[in-house]
Unconditional design. Structure first.
Length: 296
């Protein structure tokens, strides 16, 4: 019997998962290097969508101490990648919400303490490793800065040029029309259509203060189409931070989930994802928009 691979990937979410990385991983705190290793692992705690780094405790250039104060109450925010997937943790759920047994620790350098920024999992397969809070440190893979969270080696982003006609409207108002879109294909997520700004009615929209980061694409700024909830932060564009995403730099994309998208004359169905409009207390998406969630 054939197996749909995405089902296998989603089916592992309830498990504690890890994968070694060959990259040189460095982290600093307050200007002090706390780790510089070629032996880091990527770790996904149960229910976590995105990975964080675990490093050999013996290679830490800082001291691990018991917490100097009570643990913070970190709320758990639930999300589903699709209507038929298991509940997972929205990436906005902070580091201190652990879903596997272990010990929380402070990371102490000569000048700075990162409270609760390390976690020693109680799992024999991770013996000798500690997991570090990505948000507490500045990180590099080899000599390049990384943001948001470590890149997932099983998560792929492909960008392809297209001459198909692409039209975007909201509340029957045309917002974009182009034959020069770049199509972004990302693992487990809907196709995103990136449109040259000259083909977008930015004059009908208002620039938003909202900013998010993606470890694959960079930092995004947003636009709102006023007067409707579906139009809030409905479009975005990435900066030029990462060469990997050069094909979409400066282009504008819309949430398929909240606009009418017509491709080559065919109206596309609105996918159900974490970026759909919330529909009330029973909604798939009650956690709302994930500020660090990468799949835009």
């Amino acid at each position: 019997m054939a197996t749909k691979l995405s089902g296998v990937i989603l089916g592992t979410f309830p498990q504690l998962r890890f994968e070694p990385t060959a990259k040189r991983i460095r982290a600093s705190l307050g200007g002090n290097t706390v780790v510089d290793t070629l032996h880091a692992w990527l770790v996904w705690e149960p229910k976590r969508i995105t990975p964080i780094f675990a490093v050999p405790e013996a290679e830490l250039l800082a001291e691990l101490t018991p917490p100097g104060g009570p643990a913070a109450d970190v709320p758990e925010l639930a999300v589903r990648l699709s209507a038929d997937s298991l509940p997972s943790l929205d990436p906005r759920t902070g580091f201190g919400r652990y879903t596997t047994p272990g010990e929380q620790l402070d990371v102490v350098t000569g000048t700075t303490t990162a409270a609760g920024a390390a976690f020693r999992p109680d799992d024999p397969d991770l013996a000798g490793y500690v997991v570090l809070d990505f948000a507490a440190f500045q990180w590099r893979e080899d000599d390049e800065e990384i943001i948001g969270h470590p890149r997932d080696p099983f998560h792929r982003v492909d960008i392809r040029a297209s001459s198909l006609s692409v039209e975007v409207s909201l509340d029957q108002v045309p917002l974009a029309r182009t034959n020069g879109a770049q199509l972004l294909y990302e693992t487990l997520l809907p196709v995103r259509y990136y449109i040259p700004p000259e083909d977008v009615r930015l004059d009908l929209m208002e620039e938003s203060p909202k900013r998010t980061v993606c470890p694959y694409k960079g930092e995004a700024r947003y636009w709102t189409y006023p007067g409707t909830e579906d139009g809030r932060n409905v479009a975005w564009s990435y900066d030029r931070r990462f060469r990997d995403a050069a094909q979409i730099h400066g282009l504008v994309s819309f949430f398929n989930e909240r606009v009418d998208l017509t491709v080559d004359g065919v109206l596309q169905p609105r996918p159900v994802t974490p970026w759909s409009r919330p529909q009330g207390p029973g909604s798939l998406l009650r956690a709302g928009r994930a500020g660090l969630f990468r799949g835009r």
